[in-house]
Every structure is written in C-alpha cells, then in structure tokens.
Design a protein around this ligand. Structure first.
Ligand SMILES: *[C@@H]1O[C@H](CO)[C@@H](O)[C@H](O)[C@H]1NC(C)=O
Ligand SMILES: *[C@@H]1O[C@H](CO)[C@@H](O)[C@H](O)[C@H]1NC(C)=O
Ligand SMILES: *[C@@H]1O[C@H](CO)[C@@H](O)[C@H](O)[C@H]1NC(C)=O
Length: 451
C-alpha cells in the first residue's frame, strides 16, 4: 500500500481539500439525519426501548456465527447480523428467547460446529441466566430450554461468554465458557470440564470464533487470543468498530478491499509467508491479510510485483521468498516492503522446479523443504534443498478434476476451487481422500465478507 500512497502525493492538496468538503457535507448530512431521527423518535414513542446503534460503541452481550458462518451480535433484545446491518429484534429470528420474561437477555452464545457430533452439529446455543436454548436452522429444538447444568454439567449459570473450539484449535472438540475471570474448557464428547487460567486476558463479555481466530470482546474493545492458553499476541485490545462493524471510521480503501474480499470469482493463487501473512491473487489484484494486524489490504499486482504484471498461476512461499509461477516462468520475490525481485529471475519452471509449466497450484508446508506442485489431477514433490531440483513422487488425486489454488499452514492444507475451499489435515489425506470434506466459503471464511 506504500506505493499506492506515494503515487497519490502529487494530488494531495487538491484531493485533501476535496475530501474535507466531502467529509463536511457528509457530516452535515449525518447531523441532519440524526436530528431528524431523534425528532421522529421523540414523536413516535417516548417509552419504547432504544434501538441500539453499534457505531456508538456498544458492549455486546453475546456473539456467535450462524450456520452459514455469518456473525450475529446480540445486544439486549436486538441482534445485528453481519457487519453492516441495522439492529433487528432478536425474537424475529429466535422467537422463544422472548417467551421467558423472567430470564434476562442472552448472556452467551456459540455455534456447535463439530462434524464428529452429528446430533449437535451446526446448532446454535444461547445461554440466558440458568437456561440454555438450542436452535437448529432458527427452530428451537424439542425439549429446550433446559438447565445449563443438565446439558453442560459443571458449567455455572449466569455466564459471560462462550465459544466453540474444535480440533485442532483445542486438543479435543470443546466449548470454552467464560464467567468473570474463570475459564472452563468443556469436552463435547466426554463432558469433562477443565478449568483454566487465562492470565493475560481481560474478562470477556462475549467471545466468538471467526476466520479460524478467537476473539474476546470487553466493552467495545476486543483481543485475539490463543484458545488453548488464553495468550494474547500482538497489540491488543483494539477497537471493535474498526474491525467488526462498518462504521464511518473505515478507511477510504474500504470499497476496494470490500470488492476483492467479497468477490465470488475464483482465486488464481494463494499463500501465506513464514510470519503468517496471507496473499491471495485474482486477476490484476491481490489481497494481503496481515497476521499481526488483522488488516486486509488490496492492491494491484502491478504495484507490488511489477515484473509479474498480473494473472499468476501459482504462488508458494519458502524461506522469506515468494515463488510466483506464471505460464512457464518462475518469478522470485524477497518478502519485504517493497518486495524485491531476485536477480536472475524469471527462470523457466523446468529449470527452477524440474517440471514443465504451466502448473495449477503449489504450496510448501511449515518447516518442510518440499514444494508440492499440482498440475492437472496429479501432485508432485520437489525437494527444495536438492540441486538440480526434480519433480518426483508423482501421484494422482481423485477428489477434484481441477484445482485453482492451494496453501498449507499449521492446521493443514486448504484446496481452493471456485468460491470454496476444502481443508485436509495433511497432504497425504488430500491425496488419499475419497469423500469431499466440508465445503467452506472463500469470501466469508478466508476474507471475512459477510454478504
Ligand atoms: C418482538 O419484540 C418486539 C418488542 O418487544 C415486539 O414489538 C414484537 O411484536 C415481537 N415480535 C414477535 C414476532 O414476537
Ligand atoms: C474479572 O472478574 C473477577 C471475578 O471473577 C473480578 O473479581 C475482577 O474484578 C474482574 N476484572 C475486571 C477487570 O473487571
Ligand atoms: C499494520 O498495518 C499497517 C497499515 O494498515 C502497516 O503500516 C503496518 O506495518 C502493519 N503492521 C504490522 C505489524 O504488520
């Protein structure tokens, strides 16, 4: 993004003046709107409970993703669906939550998401005082609400927060419950409760799992935490409105980013570097997600990888370098700001990796020195420490007729096809697989697009 900012400098004074005018106009509009609303409000019903506005900085009661992975934020008797939508009455979606006036609002919520547990898979659980409600596709399950102590023995009433923690994020498929500074790991299979101490974490008022990360909210701030240990890495807490709510503070980049993160067009290539930053390429653009930062940025390939120009076939990262394959050429960039193209490149795919280009996808798994190359319906291994490099160990896979992109991380391999990805715990399981695993949405689950 640095290059993009630099390119804008010559236009700065004019642009800034223009932006200022625009901002003032907008502000004036917003003010008028607020006044108008306030008046309309005062006239309509002085006794009605206020509709919460999350851009004012709310402390949410509970957060959980629905069956499709869209986050729902609960506040009093309202729910916000996704990052944009206005508050609606939660009884519109979950009727029975209102039927028990002696129970308060939702204390905690989570989506059970364990394929090994078919009876509860994709059910949403809500906790109100001492009761738990289980919904499947917005229908309350027969027999609910039940006592929390009956369904989750060993878990206290009047919870603050709850979040699902499937394997391998937690050692066993678990639910993490929060009350004050007490933390409970509830084993879904054995119902064993393991009390933990999350020393570096504030008391959570709500918690949820999103894009394979764990977030604890406290007030209108949040922290990203390790679900096993409660450790918080990086600079937290952060302002929830900057990340989980589309309020006016969102940068002028956001339209660009929003278009790319929400696009349903297939990706050309994807990888994450050693630091965990993700790069995803599509046509002339790429999206970068900073691990330490949670920020998504979009830029043109031309801007950051000039020699490559656009439309890459496959990218993998190895020892602080991005190997970018386009047609029958390999471009190698040293990761940094800006990325620098190595002298002597591009080279032919044959010379660099010992296989004829073009290829469809390539990835390296952590701490290994093997590039896995996907070409058609075959996968090859290239030992990166051996020269000259040769593509050996050719084996066919049968789950896909074609692969658009693939990446490997601590949790395993993600294989991307169209707007979906599939997770495999290892390369071997991908190759040996005979039944498709659960389908995930690229736009939602990799880039956090909620619509
Ligand atoms: C939901 O709650 C609101 C406010 O309490 C009420 O006006 C509305 O009738 C309720 N809707 C349903 C479907 O129960
Ligand atoms: C966290 O919860 C405990 C009770 O479990 C309480 O004593 C403590 O004051 C709380 N901390 C904050 C910062 O609210
Ligand atoms: C976080 O993002 C900003 C730009 O949004 C960037 O300047 C900064 O270097 C990033 N920090 C880290 C630790 O990646």
């Amino acid at each position: 993004m640095k290059a993009a900012a630099a390119a804008r400098v010559p236009f700065c004074p004019a642009l800034q003046a223009f932006q200022r005018i625009l901002t003032m106009k907008l502000l004036a509009h917003v003010l008028c709107l607020c006044l108008g609303l306030a008046l309309a409000w005062a006239q309509s019903d002085a006794n009605a409970p206020a509709v919460p506005d999350r851009c004012l900085g709310l402390e949410m009661d509970a957060v959980a993703v629905n069956e499709e992975g869209v986050p729902y934020f609960f506040k009093a008797n309202h729910v916000f669906k996704g990052f944009h939508a206005k508050a609606e009455h939660s009884n519109g979606s979950f009727t029975e939550l209102d039927d028990h006036p002696h129970l308060g609002h939702v204390d905690a919520a989570f989506r059970m998401h364990y394929e090994d547990s078919p009876t509860h898979h994709d059910h949403m659980f809500f906790f109100l005082d001492n009761k738990v409600f289980s919904y499947y596709q917005h229908k309350l399950e027969v027999g609910y609400p039940k006592d929390i102590s009956e369904v989750f023995p060993g878990i206290p009433d009047h919870l603050d927060a709850a979040v699902e923690c499937p394997k391998p994020d937690c050692d066993e498929d678990s639910v993490i419950f929060f009350k004050g500074d007490d933390i409970y790991h509830f084993n879904v299979r054995t119902k064993a409760v393991d009390e933990k101490e999350f020393k570096s974490m504030p008391n959570c008022t709500s918690a949820f799992r999103f894009m394979e990360h764990y977030y604890c909210f406290h007030g209108h701030m949040f922290s990203k935490f390790d679900p096993k240990t409660g450790e918080v890495h990086g600079r937290y807490p952060k302002e929830a409105r900057d990340y989980f709510m589309r309020c006016s503070k969102f940068s002028d980049q956001s339209d660009h980013v929003d278009r790319e993160r929400c696009s349903r067009v297939h990706l050309d290539a994807i990888t994450s570097d050693d630091a965990g930053n993700m790069y995803a390429f599509r046509g002339h653009h790429f999206i970068r997600k900073d691990e330490g930062n949670d920020t998504l940025r979009a830029d043109t390939i031309e801007n950051a990888f000039k020699e490559l120009h656009s439309e890459v076939d496959a990218v993998f990262s190895y020892q602080d370098h991005l190997y970018m394959i386009k047609d029958d050429q390999v471009f190698v960039y040293k990761v940094g700001e800006p990325h620098t193209h190595l002298e002597g490149y591009p080279k032919s795919v044959k010379e660099e990796l010992g296989i004829e280009g073009p290829i469809d996808a390539a990835f390296v798994c952590e701490d290994r020195h093997i590039a896995h190359i996907i070409k058609g319906t075959d996968i090859y291994d290239v030992e990166l420490k051996v020269t000259p490099r040769v593509a050996g160990n050719k084996r066919p896979f049968s789950l896909f007729k074609k692969v658009d992109a693939a990446m490997c991380g601590p949790g395993g391999v993600k294989v991307i096809l169209g707007n979906h990805f599939y997770h495999f715990d290892s390369v071997m399981l991908f190759v040996a697989g005979r039944a498709l695993p659960e389908q995930h949405k690229v736009s939602l689950e990799l880039f956090g697009c909620d619509h």
